[in-house]
Write a protein that binds this ligand. Structure first.
Ligand SMILES: [Zn+2]
Length: 136
């Protein structure tokens, strides 16, 4: 399988530097064996795994807090308080994904941590811009 020989960070082909790390998947710490093209990318993979393990918990908490807050605003709107909530929702989730550019492991394996992080950040900025444009 060609997938295995690509660097998990930068997607460089024929990577053979073995990397062992542990990542949090659905709340469970799992051992992950992957490859990198260089020591530099191996460090980036370890850094990312640590960031993922710490921030995925916060990401879920902030996401749930946001959903509860917006449900509260929707409830207020039904009793006559008129606010266009949509721009705030997309700005909020844009900001969350900008802070925590997290995707699923399927995407990281296919696209590489480096590019997937860039894609998530670009989409997050787009959401914020769209939200702001709707407000003005
Ligand atoms: Zn690499």
């Amino acid at each position: 399988m060609f997938e295995i020989s690509r660097c998990l960070y930068c997607r460089k082909k024929d990577s053979s530097n073995e990397v062992n790390t542990s990542i949090l998947v659905n709340g469970e710490l799992k051992q992950m064996q992957t490859v990198s093209c260089s020591d530099e990318c191996a460090d980036k993979i370890q850094e990312f795994a640590e960031f993922n393990n710490i921030s995925s918990k916060n990401f879920v908490k902030i996401g749930i807090a946001g959903i509860i807050f917006f449900l509260f605003l929707i409830a207020l709107n039904t009793v006559g308080f008129q606010v266009d909530i949509f721009p705030f929702i997309i700005i909020f989730f844009g900001a969350v994904f900008l802070l925590y550019p997290l995707a699923t492991w399927g995407f990281y394996k296919r696209i590489g941590i480096k590019y997937m992080t860039i894609i998530v950040r670009v989409l997050a900025i787009l959401l914020i811009v769209l939200g702001v444009l709707r407000l003005i």
